[in-house]
Design a protein around this ligand. Sequence first.
Ligand code: NAI
Length: 340
Amino acid sequence: MTSFERIEQGGHELVVLGADPKVGYRGIIAIHNTTLGPAAGGTRFWRYETEAEALEDVLRLSRGMTCKNAMAGLPLGGGKSVIWDQGGDRREVLKAHARRIQELGGRYVTAEDVGTTLADLDIMREVTPHVLGSSSGLGDSAPYTARGVFRAIEAAAEHRWGDASLAGRTVVIQGTGGVGGNLARLLAAAGAYLILADTQPARAENLAAELGGRAIDPRAVYDTTADIFAPCALGGVLNDDSIPKLNVEIIAGGANNQLLEPRHAGMIADRGILYAPDYVANAGGVISGAVELFGWDTSDLLPRIDAIRQTMTHVLQYADEHRITTAAAADRLAEEKLHG
Ligand code: NAI
């Protein structure tokens, strides 16, 4: 498929390729849909193997942001950008990327994503104001994302067991970084038993020592029996290999793009597992970004994030009523918000 065909197929409004060989910069900004407002989505800094892989990633991620922002009830469209790491001077590369964002005049607003940090956002902010979550704003989004995931887990628990309480429930968390670590704290406070896995084992071990529960080898995650599996590391973890192994009743976590392919939602449903669609669950970060962007009262922030519980409940009920997967239900409801 050619690049134009890919863009046509995804329904993207605008895709900008940026390059500055003097500093070793190559980046792509994808604006998927601005029906509801300016396109918002983070900047990913990644060492892609090929140009096609970078393009594929940004097209897929920007489309996901349209759905996420719509389902979070935000006046924001969907966008995303990627920097294809060429080993150039990081500061200059970030500034080159920020110049492209600035040229779009606010039609795209960026934030943190995999491979970018708060310090990176501060550098971009020197060039453009169209940056959310820099240290001059609300800061790290991970605690907000974790809070939303916790609410999504409550919704799933209530739907599955008729009781939102997580006391005594066992939750296996894959990835105990910003989102997974904060989620672990919330779950521990709610009385859940934690099984923690991280490819940097000390992270999971330290957290288990602090909160209780146990750390396991990250390769054992899919074979571990638990009530709930919370993917909080990478995308694509729900696939042909992992799904048959799972011995849980609910999947609800913060990672983006958990399903390797859309068909995997059907495989999960066939196994009798309830899947809480990722982009509904993990919208807490972008909600905090919206509060910053629009200057909303910060006292509204936590109630807006907590509303993820109601949104998730609606998605799960809609899926039951229409006899479709929960992932398809979320997509359909997002589509309705875009097209009325
Ligand atoms: P992070 O980098 O702070 O944490 C990720 C953790 O996962 C790290 O500790 C890493 O060692 C671990 N990890 C990596 N591969 C693993 C594997 N195979 N098994 C077990 N652990 C593994 O990243 P963060 O911010 O916590 O994000 C986690 C996920 O949530 C990502 O998919 C991200 O796209 C998504 N997300 C994050 C948001 C945020 O506000 N930070 C917002 C929405 C989604």
